[in-house]
Design a protein around this ligand. Sequence first.
Ligand SMILES: Nc1ncnc2c1ncn2[C@@H]1O[C@H](COP(=O)(O)OP(=O)(O)OP(=O)(O)O)[C@@H](O)[C@H]1O
Length: 232
Amino acid sequence: MLNVEQLNQYYGSSHTLRGVSLDLQKGECLALLGRNGVGKTTLLKCLMGVLPVAGGHVKLNDRDITRLKPHERAALGIAYVPQGREIFARLTVEENLLMGMAVKPGRQASKIRGEVFELFPVLKEMLHRRGGDLSGGQQQQLAIARALLADPKLIILDEPTEGIQPSIIKDIGRVIRLLRERGDMAILLCEQYFDFAHELADKFLVLSRGEVVAAGTQAEMSGEDIKRHLAV
Ligand SMILES: Nc1ncnc2c1ncn2[C@@H]1O[C@H](COP(=O)(O)OP(=O)(O)OP(=O)(O)O)[C@@H](O)[C@H]1O
């Protein structure tokens, strides 16, 4: 599904991503871990095409998408839930959700699938509220729901638990688990909250100073192994 080969990225003279490679299949959840400032968000932005790369390749289902623009990647089935959520504060919940459907060419952006309200019932109650009036946790749920309405093949989540109350973290975890069990998309989950990521992911990739310092499956890496790499 997603293959990343030897990705390199610079901010000016600062070499932020150093030969990062990864592989993610349909039905899998990969947790991207690492301390603050190691390059996680930068990697996700490069995968979405928000930032250009200096070298390497990004492939989606064997198609090289390294030079495609973000909206072209979205149309091919990559959905991105950025850190900080970036919902439209002045638009209603319903309008925000309709935005998620607009990326599909030819799709009539008129009817929101009931499935998202099953996943996130609170959004149905809040349909006519402005996005900016929702709590942080509700905004995060809205951002994930909006991404799902694009019918992604790959969903990229950047720290979905950041600044969110425990009960909503549980709800978000339940939805990610359900999506994983459904098996029809790949999930790339960037997280600082280790226990959350560890419960959900099939495999792990740990970054340190822009480099992959550890990678493996649940069976190959214990929680202690991963934590040791995170402490370096
Ligand atoms: N626009 C930018 N211009 C220059 N340097 C940047 C820019 N954005 C990030 N950086 C630097 O690049 C490095 C990687 O940042 P990045 O945000 O990718 O890290 P991160 O692992 O996602 O951290 P966090 O967990 O804090 O979000 C950091 O040293 C950061 O200061």
